[in-house]
Design a protein. Structure first.
Length: 397
C-alpha cells in the first residue's frame, strides 16, 4: 500500500517536473511592465497581440544592453548620433580602411562615455544619489529565470526521487517488530523547540513560495484583489516569522551541537547508505545522531543562518548593504531557501512515511526499544550503561 502511494506520487511529480522543464524552454526572459499588484489595482493589460509583444521585446532588449539607452526602435534616429555609412559593395577590408580614414570624425566611439557627475543635496538619504543602476538588470534577469525555473525543477525533482525511493524500498520497518516498551529520546524543551522551528519554517517556505511564484501562478487564478490581499499577508507573515525561526535554530544549535560533531562512524554510516537499502544487515551503528541526521542538523544551522542574514539585509534596506549587496543578498536568499526546502522534504519523508517508529521520537519524546537498538545501537548501549534504562528481562518460555 505505502509503496503504491510512492509510485503514484512519483508519477505525479515526474509529470510536474516535465511541465516545468518544458516551460523552461519557453521561458520569456522579459519583465513585462505590470501594475495593480496591490489589491484593488487594475488588472495588468498585457496584450496578446504578437506585434505589440515584439515591440515591447525590442524595447526591453535595449534595456538589457548595459549602458545603452537608445531610442525606441520605431523612433527616428536621434540627431547628432554618429553615422557610419558603408557602401554595400565595399569589401570588409575597404570598410575598415574607409573607417580609419575618417577616424577623427568617429573618435567619439573610442572615448570613454561621457558622464554627468555632480552632487545631490537630499539630506540623510544616500539612496537617491543613484540615478541609474544598470547591474539591476542582470539581477532582475537572474531573479526571473534561474531561481524560478530551477526552484520548480529542484523541488519537484526531490519529491519524485522520494516517491521513487518509497516505491522501490517501501517503508523501513522495525526488523524485530515493536517491543511494546519505549525508551526516552527527546525532552520537552527539545520537542517544543523542534515544533516551533518546524512550524515557522513550513510557513516561511509557503509564504516565500507565494512571493516567488504567486504572481505568475496564483494571480491568474485568484484575481488581482484576492491575490493582492494574500500577497501582502504572505509578505508580512514571512517577515514576522523571522523571530521564532531564528530563536529556534539558536536553541537547536545549543541543545544538539554536542551530538552533531563529525566522527569516524559517520563515514562508515554513509558508506553503507545508512542501512536504508533493502539489505538490512548493512544497518550501521550510530550514536544519538547518525550521519544523515548530522547533515540535516548542519543544513538547518548553516542554511538557516544564511537565510536569516540575507533576510535581514532585505528587511533593513541600505542599513549595511547598498543596491548591489541587497541584490546579491536576495539571490543567495532564494537559492538557500530552495536548497533547504529540498533538505527538509527529505527530512519530513524519513520522519513520517519513510521509517516506522521515528515520529514518536519528536512527538511523545519516546521511541520503541527495538527501534533504538536498530538505528542508534551505540546510543542505546550508552543509555543502558548510564542506567537511564534497564535491560529487558529475558522472556521466559
Ligand atoms: C512536519 C515536519 C517535520 C517532521 C514530521 C519532523 C520529524 C522529526 C523527527 C521524527 C525527528 C527525530 C528523529 C530521531 O529521533 O532521530 C526530527 C529531528 C530533527 N528535526 Fe524535524 N521534522 C519536521 C520538520 C522539521 C523542520 C522544518 C526542521 C528545521 C527547519 C527540522 C529540524 C530537525 C532537526 C535539526 C532534527 C535533529 C536531526 C535529525 O533528527 O535529523 N524538522 N524531526
Amino acid at each position: 500500500m505505502v509503496r503504491a502511494i510512492g509510485g503514484i506520487a512519483a508519477i505525479v511529480f515526474i509529470a510536474l517536473f516535465g511541465i516545468v522543464l518544458v516551460q523552461t524552454f519557453n521561458a520569456r526572459d522579459l519583465v513585462v511592465p505590470t501594475n495593480g499588484v496591490i489589491g484593488g489595482g487594475a488588472a495588468d493589460p498585457v496584450s496578446d497581440n504578437a506585434a505589440d509583444y515584439q515591440t515591447l521585446a525590442n524595447r526591453l532588449q535595449l534595456q538589457r544592453w548595459r549602458s545603452d539607452a537608445g531610442p525606441a526602435p520605431e523612433a527616428e534616429e536621434a540627431s547628432g548620433a554618429v553615422q557610419v555609412n558603408f557602401r554595400a559593395d565595399q569589401a570588409p577590408g575597404e570598410r575598415v580602411a574607409s573607417w580609419l580614414a575618417r577616424s577623427e570624425e568617429h573618435s567619439e566611439f573610442l572615448q570613454p562615455r561621457r558622464k554627468i557627475e555632480g552632487h545631490t543635496w537630499v539630506a540623510a538619504n544616500p539612496v537617491v544619489d543613484v540615478l541609474t543602476q544598470p547591474q539591476g538588470r542582470d539581477w532582475r534577469a537572474f531573479r526571473n529565470s534561474w531561481p524560478v525555473y530551477g526552484g520548480g525543477l529542484f523541488i519537484f525533482g526531490v519529491c519524485a526521487v522520494l516517491g521513487l525511493f518509497l516505491a522501490w524500498r517501501g517503508r523501513v520497518t522495525i526488523r524485530e517488530g515493536e517491543s511494546g516498551e519505549s525508551v526516552p529520546r527527546f525532552g520537552l524543551v527539545e520537542r517544543a523547540n523542534h515544533w516551533m522551528t518546524a512550524t515557522a519554517f513550513i510557513l516561511l517556505a509557503l509564504t516565500g513560495l507565494i512571493i516567488l511564484y504567486g504572481r505568475s501562478l496564483l494571480r491568474p487564478l485568484l484575481g488581482p484583489q484576492t491575490f493582492g490581499d494574500l500577497a501582502s499577508g504572505a509578505a508580512w507573515l514571512h517577515t514576522a516569522l523571522l523571530v521564532p525561526f531564528t530563536l529556534g535554530i539558536v536553541i537547536m544549535f545549543v541543545a544538539w551541537i554536542r551530538h552533531n560533531l563529525p566522527s569516524r562512524l559517520d563515514w562508515e554510516w554513509l558508506k553503507r547508505g545508512g542501512g536504508m537499502g533493502r539489505d538490512v544487515s548493512l544497518n550501521p551503528p550510530a550514536r544519538k545522531f547518525n550521519a544523515g541526521q548530522k547533515i540535516v542538523f548542519w543544513g538547518v544551522i548553516i542554511g538557516g543562518s544564511v537565510l536569516v542574514a540575507t533576510g535581514l539585509t532585505m528587511m533593513f534596506p541600505f542599513l549595511w548593504a547598498g543596491y548591489d549587496g541587497m541584490e546579491l543578498g536576495q539571490s543567495i536568499h532564494v537559492v538557500a531557501a530552495i536548497l533547504m526546502i529540498g533538505l527538509i522534504l527529505g527530512h519530513i519523508y524519513i520522519g513520517t512515511l519513510g521509517m516506522e517508529g521515528a515520529f514518536p521520537a519528536i512527538w511523545s519524546g519516546r521511541v520503541d526499544r527495538n527501534w533504538a537498538k536498530e538505528h542508534h545501537s551505540l546510543w542505546y548501549e550508552d543509555l543502558l550503561q548510564r542506567g537511564r534504562i534497564y535491560s529487558r528481562p529475558a522472556v521466559e518460555d
